[in-house]
Design a protein around this ligand. Structure first.
Ligand SMILES: NC(=O)c1ccc[n+]([C@@H]2O[C@H](COP(=O)([O-])OP(=O)(O)OC[C@H]3O[C@@H](n4cnc5c(N)ncnc54)[C@H](OP(=O)(O)O)[C@@H]3O)[C@@H](O)[C@H]2O)c1
Length: 343
């Protein structure tokens, strides 16, 4: 029998998708507290589009292995790890390193994937599901009967967010390109074409008193419009700066500007709240709480999938070695849902 080999995708620097390289090596052994996951599904997130341009807020120095999250089976456990984890199917949020056949992760950072959910289905919901759930239920704390505005309602995060919101009895207005509108209507979302329509005017028509929450990953100047669309008592959740993906200059500055705005808006007495949501918040200072929350929330999202409240939207599947095609497709903006990479 030949020993298993490690295959991983390396991002060598600021490159076009074709500049990603494949590297082979020995499969690593888990240190105390770690597990080795044999990857069954990973995926393309918006973060990798930013990272290959050197535009992700806190990406590591080049070269590194990208891959924000993964799903796989535990094939080795380090000292001190509960032996029952061997053979378990787990999901993990890693930020980088997921685009590999084998990944080392702290056992405490893994979340069990319930039976009956395939690796690719689970993968659509790791970073996207955690982000959507936490913004909806921990930040905006939506209630049935409320109306929200979701930008990028067909994207990886957006598509999960709108489904969770609908399941909670919330009315949803969603921005997306026209080609995604039929699918959004089927989900009970009122679509608005951000490319062709005056989004603010259309939202005011649909919700004259304002919306109870806005979820904004676009950033830039549009964040001010998002804030102004809020009803009294409403909540703005800013969580990205997609509009500055192709900008030059500091990669931190667009996010710092958003943080400054959020701070200012919360300081002024206006009866509305603003947050900048960061899925990693609390990871360093309150690690145990961070892990408990992440585990609880992703478990809820997996339960929503089993319950049929959320469908796993797989946009396309590629073998890991064809990651360049996968990334090109993600950047084309023609697909809805999550692009999956298989080993
Ligand atoms: N803060 C955090 O912790 C956190 C965590 C996860 C993700 N994120 C952020 O969440 C965002 C979405 O990630 P994803 O993986 O879901 O990306 P994705 O699948 O590529 O989806 C991006 C979506 O944005 C839409 N879009 C692009 N430009 C837009 C604009 N100017 N106005 C309105 N919509 C626009 C696209 O719509 P069309 O296809 O219709 O053009 C698409 O639906 C990214 O900005 C990412 O950085 C943040």
């Amino acid at each position: 029998m030949t020993a298993e080999q490690l295959t991983e995708i390396l991002l060598p620097g600021k490159v076009e998708p074709e500049g990603l390289t494949v590297r082979h090596g020995a499969v690593p052994a888990p240190a105390p507290g770690q597990v080795l996951i044999r990857m069954e599904a990973t995926g393309v997130s918006f973060a990798e589009q930013q990272m290959r341009r050197g535009r992700y807020y806190d990406q590591p120095a080049f070269p590194f292995v990208p891959g924000y999250d993964l799903v796989g089976t535990v094939t080795a456990t380090g000292e001190g790890v509960e032996p029952g984890m061997m053979g378990a199917r787990v999901a993990a949020l890693v930020k980088v390193g997921g685009w590999a056949s084998h990944v080392l992760v702290d056992a405490a950072d893994t979340v069990p994937v319930p039976g009956g959910i395939s690796p690719a289905e689970a993968e659509t919901l790791v970073v996207n599901g955690i982000t959507a759930w936490q913004m909806l239920h921990r930040k905006a704390r939506v209630r049935a009967g409320q109306t929200i505005l979701v930008h990028g309602a067909n994207g990886g995060v957006g598509s999960v967010l709108v489904q969770l919101a609908r399941a909670a009895g919330v009315n949803v207005i969603g921005t997306a390109s026209a080609r995604h509108h039929a699918a959004l209507r089927e989900r009970g979302v009122i679509p608005v074409d951000y490319r062709a329509e005056d989004v603010a005017a259309r939202v005011r028509e649909l919700a004259p008193a304002g919306v109870d929450a806005v979820f904004d990953h676009v950033g830039g100047r549009g964040i001010v419009t998002s804030w102004r669309l809020l009803a009294p008592g409403g909540t703005l959740v800013s969580y990205g700066s997609a509009s500055t993906r192709d900008a030059e200059g500091s990669k931190q500055w667009p996010v710092l500007k958003l943080l400054g705005r959020v701070w200012l808006w919360n300081t002024l007495p206006n009866g509305r709240r603003a947050y900048f949501y960061n899925v990693w918040a609390g990871r360093t200072l309150a690690k145990d709480r961070f892990r408990a929350r992440l585990r609880a929330d992703l478990t809820q999202v997996f339960a929503a999938l089993k319950h049929g409240d959320v469908t796993a939207q797989i946009a396309a599947r590629f073998p890991l070695a064809r990651v360049a095609d996968a990334l090109r497709l993600a950047e084309s903006g023609t697909v809805a849902g999550k692009i999956i990479l298989n080993p």
